[in-house]
Design a protein. Structure first.
Length: 454
């Protein structure tokens, strides 16, 4: 069975050469200044694993009770475009559009690049808070990485790969692994607060509902709500199939499943409604007007939030290749963007479901794009990330991804982040398309500390 794009085989390890490009002149001076200060305070550091050898690229932690070399996030940067203060769900908000700050265009340059252990795939899309990225990898590590220079602040080891996107509140990072366990880690040090088993593999992302419930689901159709303080199970429910989501809107959580179901739950675990379509569903997205999902029968549906009634249904893929499994992205200007497995990005009117435009590509679009003010950034399995005009769908540019698409992209503070299936996580800078006033940048350097997980 085909799962959402991040649930894929671990054998796609084709590597292509990265092109050198010119440094972003807008943020270059700030970044150089930051790197010099970080170097002087020795913020780039190494960790020794259980075998006594030092990994000079990444910190590898073996087991739950290992010593962790940690660095409290060194940079406090204030810019005009505001990110979510808390990363309560995948992609930051229920609309699924993880883009903040001005668009960037060519010339592009690689700001930094991180390599996984053994070249394992990055399928876990990044969360970001206070200039720290949090993301998992198929090498079993959940990493906290300085978003400006790529230094690994800490990493936490699990026994299996990590596909879902983590959630981050003021104190903790929450994520699930293919080992079937939900973990809560201290956000600053990476030490484990608690863990709770869900019984089967977790491909689902994690969401935080009502500031106190940690939500996720497993590959056998069970949805669980855990108490944020200690991981105690508060309620669970069954919808069947591999669980995807959640999209959290107000005090409700929306889940989908591989067997074609969409379901909505409240904070008490009451299932408000469930709809079954008999064909595999994508991860859901939601705004104040409804819930959106794609299906393997080639359709996109919008449902009411409170009752699950059908608002509109649009068939966008015909013939034997009928497959829409990429998560819909609700962009500006009343636009819903969704990729297809026959290599097209489709823009629909979010109110009516009518076709606005579509654009063809040479390979699958299994990951959600992101949309800035004017540009769309589209990861494609032709091993390129494409730039499109938001209003017309016209192709503007593309850049090499050094491998097949792995994670959904993130645009924050004029830096584009993505991971690929060849084991690279990459930060890209470019030229700011529309110049905006940026507030004064302040840097706070905190010395390295050492914490032992008890």
């Amino acid at each position: 069975m085909i799962l959402e794009s991040h649930i894929r085989t671990e054998n796609d390890t084709h590597i292509i050469e990265n092109r050198g490009k010119r440094q972003n002149m807008i943020i270059g001076i700030t970044l150089i200044f930051t790197l010099i200060i970080l170097f002087l305070f020795s913020t780039v550091f190494y960790s020794t694993g259980g075998n006594g050898k030092t990994d000079e690229v990444l910190q590898v932690l073996h087991g739950d009770s290992t010593q962790i070399d940690s660095l409290i996030p060194p940079d406090t940067v204030s810019v005009a475009a505001e990110l979510p203060d808390l990363w309560l769900q995948a992609r930051g908000y229920s609309h699924g559009n993880a883009a903040w700050g001005p668009d960037i265009i060519a010339p592009f340059d690689t700001l930094w690049q991180l390599r996984s252990n053994g070249g394992r795939e990055f399928f876990s899309s990044p969360a970001i808070r206070e200039n720290v990225l949090y993301f998992g990898c198929n090498d079993g590590l959940l990493r906290a990485v300085n978003a400006l220079n790529g230094s690994v602040l800490w990493s936490f080891s699990t026994v299996c790969g990590i596909c879902g996107e983590p959630a981050v509140d003021s104190t903790s990072v929450y994520f699930g692994g293919q080992d079937g366990i939900i973990y809560a880690l201290d956000r600053m040090s990476g030490s484990k607060n608690w863990s709770a088993g869900l019984g089967y593999h977790v491909f689902c992302s994690v969401g935080i509902l009502a500031d106190s419930l940690i939500l996720s689901g497993n590959s056998m159709g069970k949805i669980c709500a855990l108490r944020a303080d200690d991981g105690e199970l508060l309620w669970d429910s069954e919808i069947g199939g591999t669980v995807l989501g959640p999209a959290i809107i107000d005090s409700l959580a929306v889940f989908s499943s591989e067997n074609g179901k969409i379901a909505v739950f409240d904070t008490e675990g009451n299932r408000l409604w469930i709809r079954e379509y008999g064909r595999q569903a994508s991860s859901p997205s939601a705004d104040s007007t409804g819930i959106y999902a794609g299906f393997s029968d080639g359709s996109v549906r919008k449902l009411t939030i409170t009752g699950g009634e059908l608002i509109w249904e649009t068939d966008i893929v015909e013939g034997s290749s009928r497959c829409v499994l990429a998560r819909p992205v609700i962009a500006g200007n009343n636009i819903v963007l969704i990729g297809t497995n026959d290599g097209r990005l489709v823009a629909l009117n979010s109110s009516t479901g009518s076709l606005l435009w579509e654009q063809d590509f040479e390979n699958w679009l299994q990951l959600p794009p992101i949309a800035g003010d004017n540009c769309i950034y589209v990861p494609c399995d032709d091993q390129r990330l494409h730039l499109l005009d938001l209003n017309t769908g016209a192709k503007l540019d593309s850049l090499e991804m050094n491998g097949y698409s792995g994670t959904a992209p993130l645009l924050a503070n004029s830096i584009l982040y993505y991971g690929n299936s060849s084991g690279d996580f990459i930060a890209i800078t470019g030229t700011v398309e529309k110049e905006e006033e940026i507030e004064e940048i302040s840097l706070e350097i905190i010395p390295e500390t050492e914490v032992t997980d008890q």
